[in-house]
Write a protein that binds this ligand. Structure first.
Ligand code: NI
Length: 195
């Protein structure tokens, strides 16, 4: 089932989400729905709070960039780049001193793209949807996406991380978005007429 994506201004996007306690049918259904929603919205990542669920869980799918990722990894396509991945109770430890700038967008803020400075290398630890633990170093696109999604679990949006000047320039647009002046070609919460 495709879930509506909560837009900028919704309080749940500003809350720190609690850890996932354990497996359940509801959790597995939520994961399936999040993957379907991410695909319909053509996103590379979606965090549970973005669909109104306060849980430390996000899904990513970097397969659209498989060719670039293969190149970044010496001609080998890593497992995490093969279709949708589920990250439960993730921990991301950034490597200080490796910051790079990269243009980010967010399904909760349609049509907004800004350069964001983040570490290019992180250490990543999480449980997959079978609650199997994974732990490895990540860099480049994967490191970028997991840091953006992890921020969602802590109530942080990428617009919090842009330069003060850019932030001031976006002020009015963000306020309009919070007031409901936002549209997308996927379902939103609060509901909007489809484009
Ligand atoms: Ni986002």
């Amino acid at each position: 089932m495709v879930l509506p994506i909560y837009t900028y201004g919704q309080p749940i996007l500003r809350q720190r989400a609690p850890e996932v306690g354990g497996d359940s049918l509801e959790l597995q259904r939520l994961i399936d729905d999040m993957i379907e929603t991410m695909h319909v919205a053509a996103g590379v990542g979606l965090a549970a709070p973005q669909v109104g669920e306060p849980l430390r869980l996000f899904v990513i799918d970097l397969s659209a960039s498989a060719e670039d990722i293969r190149e970044e990894n010496g001609g080998v396509l890593p497992d995490w780049a093969r279709g949708a991945q589920v990250l439960i109770n993730p921990e991301v430890v950034p490597e200080v001193g490796t910051e790079v700038s990269f243009e980010e967008g967010c399904l909760s803020m349609p049509d907004l793209r800004e350069d964001v400075l983040r570490p290019d290398v992180v250490h990543l630890k999480y449980l997959d949807r079978r609650f199997q633990p994974h732990s490895f170093g990540a860099q480049g696109y994967l490191a970028r996406v997991v840091q953006h999604e992890l921020d969602h679990l802590d109530g942080v949006l990428f617009t919090d991380r842009i330069s003060p000047i850019r932030k001031r320039l976006l002020q009015r647009r963000l306020r309009r978005m919070a007031d409901g002046d936002v549209e997308a070609d996927y379902p939103l919460f609060p509901p909007r007429a489809p484009r």
